[in-house]
Design a protein around this ligand. Structure first.
Ligand code: THU
Length: 142
């Protein structure tokens, strides 16, 4: 997989942070934004969208993936995730939840890079296989 240029990573981090402003998080008050880069060059953003019936809420990452797939993009180069207390610019450690890791796994390979806010003013990079080792994916059914 081609490395992602630094300025593209920076753009994804900024778009993820900006997408937080659209989070609907009246229960947790934790606002998350995601920016997913498609192989087609389009950046799909997402935010968390909570629900009065708590399990019906959706994470920012899955919002971004579902937007992209529903618009015809199924191949991705990278994702950035930014999370922190609602109403602030403070980003805390925000690794993707287990369900989002599995949803990313459906459409991305082991080397897929995930950048997430590290709680120290920056972003940390991990690959999907580091976040979800020994994963069950589409190939597992063949
Ligand atoms: N959340 C995300 O959107 N992405 C993550 O990576 C971690 C958690 C959301 C789910 C819920 O709306 C809120 O953050 C608190 O868990």
């Amino acid at each position: 997989m081609k490395p992602i240029p630094d300025d593209t990573v920076k753009q994804l981090e900024q778009e993820a942070a900006a997408a937080r402003s659209r989070a609907y998080a009246p229960y947790s008050h934790f606002a998350v934004g995601a920016a997913l880069l498609g192989e087609n060059g389009t950046v799909y953003t997402g935010c968390n969208i909570e629900n009065a019936s708590y399990p019906a809420g959706n994470c920012a990452e899955r919002t971004a993936v579902f937007k992209a797939v529903s618009e015809g993009c199924r191949h991705f180069r990278a994702i950035a995730v930014a999370g922190g207390p609602e109403g602030t610019d403070r980003l805390t450690l925000c690794t993707p939840c287990g369900i989002c890791r599995q949803v990313l796994r459906e459409f991305a390979g082991p080397d897929f890079p995930v950048w997430f806010s590290d709680g120290n003013g920056g972003f940390r990079r991990m690959t999907l296989s580091q976040l979800l080792p020994e994963s069950f994916g589409p190939d597992s059914l063949t």
